[in-house]
Design a protein around this ligand. Structure first.
Ligand code: HEC
Ligand code: HEC
Ligand code: HEC
Length: 353
């Protein structure tokens, strides 16, 4: 009987004691010293086990578009390098005092599978400072980043710089220092002439100014999903958006790259663009995307084909979001089969803006 009383008393006293210790404020939470090594070992054990378990259902796509490497590298430079370092780049003394310290990724990448890296980059690591991906709506960008991380292992500084910096160009912008700085960040992915450095980065040159401006706000508000662009847009002062949109809209369109598609595919694409697919309630694309379109609607002419296909998939899955007009695209996108999507994208890519 007496023994039971002791147990009960202990059960009440233990949490009270813990509360008292917390209240007294003597628990040290400064980041000058690390955990005990046993705590450290345990926390990492929990992290590795958790990531391994949550990575079980993750399925790696068979082909990762090589075009994804350029924006992935650009994003790594803007969103990861200041914590993890990059080929040829040193980290600040402040980051080195983070606890836990963000590891030099080249030393740990080989200990993770692609699926595990995907989980870490997409979901982050709680209580460590390792952030989650800015949007959970789409996975293609995260896979691009995983592909880039694999390439980064053993990459020299020069290759990294070519991937993350825009090539020198005679195209001179004139504006405030803040504008020039913002523009050079955009150019790392879009090029100074707005031509897009890879097939998944859209051409901005000659696009409607209103659409570009509305899209920048949509990324910044989180109403359009892209980890790359949500980061790039929020790194720039919103007051500069109008100037950036005007700048890119005024660039001359690059000649559309030659489109490699058989004639019957281009012909199917043209029919969908001009007439739609009445039996599937798909309206004619050109009724909204033609030359007499509203200023808030984008031109698709000469746009990168891979980019167009990806946007149509995102609309069909209702994961793209966009400006307040984006709902107009759900029905057209859902009505297209995969070959029809490919055909209409190839057709628009072959048109001139
Ligand atoms: C604010 C700093 C910070 C940023 C920004 C950051 N990370 Fe991390 N990252 C960390 C920290 C801290 C850890 C260590 C977590 C731990 O060990 O508990 C980590 C861990 C990781 C790991 C697991 C490595 C290991 O073995 O522990 C990977 C992979 C990773 N980060 C990739 C990325 C990528 C890719 C980005 C950019 C999209 C990124 N991180 C952005 C702080 C950061
Ligand atoms: C890390 C690479 C990267 C950087 C840096 C970047 N962009 Fe982008 N941008 C992209 C990608 C990739 C997309 C397509 C995203 C999507 O699927 O929604 C995009 C899309 C856009 C769009 C939407 C175009 C359309 O046709 O819908 C605009 C506008 C844009 N970017 C403007 C900018 C501006 C302005 C900057 C500089 C402040 C910038 N971007 C910096 C990669 C980048
Ligand atoms: C009723 C008007 C309307 C019709 C019809 C329409 N669209 Fe759109 N489309 C839009 C609007 C508005 C947007 C801009 C969405 C946003 O707010 O981000 C858009 C965006 C797009 C985009 C993304 C462009 C970019 O730069 O990111 C693609 C690709 C697209 N449409 C393809 C098509 C195709 C293919 C068809 C025909 C099958 C079609 N659209 C029919 C209104 C329409």
């Amino acid at each position: 009987m007496i023994r039971w009383k002791h147990v009960l008393l202990a059960a009440i006293a233990a949490p009270l004691l813990a509360l008292l210790v917390a209240w007294s404020g003597v628990i040290y939470i400064g980041a000058t010293g690390g955990h005990w090594s046993i705590t450290n070992w345990f926390l990492h054990y929990v992290m590795r086990q958790s990531i391994a378990t949550y990575a079980i259902p993750v399925e790696e796509p068979e082909i990762i578009d090589p075009g994804l490497l350029v924006p992935a590298a650009g994003h790594f430079q803007q969103g990861c390098a200041f914590c993890h370092g990059a080929p040829g780049e040193q980290r600040s003394a402040t980051v080195m005092k983070m606890l836990p310290q963000p590891p030099d990724l080249t030393t740990v990448l080989s200990t993770w599978s692609d699926e595990e890296l995907f989980r870490i980059v997409r979901n982050g690591v709680r209580y460590s400072g390792m952030p989650a991906w800015p949007t959970q709506e789409r996975d293609d960008e995260v896979w691009g980043l995983v592909a880039f991380l694999r390439q980064m292992n053993g990459m020299d500084a020069e290759t990294y710089q070519t991937l993350t910096q825009q090539p020198a160009s005679g195209n001179q912008a004139a504006g405030s220092v803040a504008f020039e700085r913002a523009l050079s960040a955009c150019a790392a992915c879009h090029n100074l002439d707005g031509s897009g450095r890879s097939s998944v980065i859209p051409i901005l040159a000659g696009q409607s100014e209103t659409y570009l401006l509305n899209s920048l706000h949509a990324y910044a508000d989180g109403s359009r999903a892209s980890g790359y662009m949500q980061t790039a847009a929020t790194l720039v002062d919103r007051a500069l958006y109008a100037e950036l949109a005007a700048y890119f809209a005024a660039q001359t369109e690059p000649a559309p790259p030659p489109v490699d598609a058989p004639n019957d595919v281009l012909e199917l694409g043209r029919r969908i663009a001009e007439q739609g697919l009445p039996d599937k309630e798909v309206p004619a694309c050109l009724s909204c995307h033609g030359s007499t379109r509203k200023a808030a609607y984008p031109s698709l002419d000469g746009q990168h084909r891979d980019y167009l296909v990806r946007q149509l998939v995102l609309f069909a899955e209702e994961h793209r979001g966009g400006t307040p007009f984006n709902h107009l695209m759900i029905r057209p996108a859902k009505g297209l089969s995969e070959p029809e999507r490919e055909a209409v994208a190839a057709y628009f890519a072959s048109r001139r803006r």
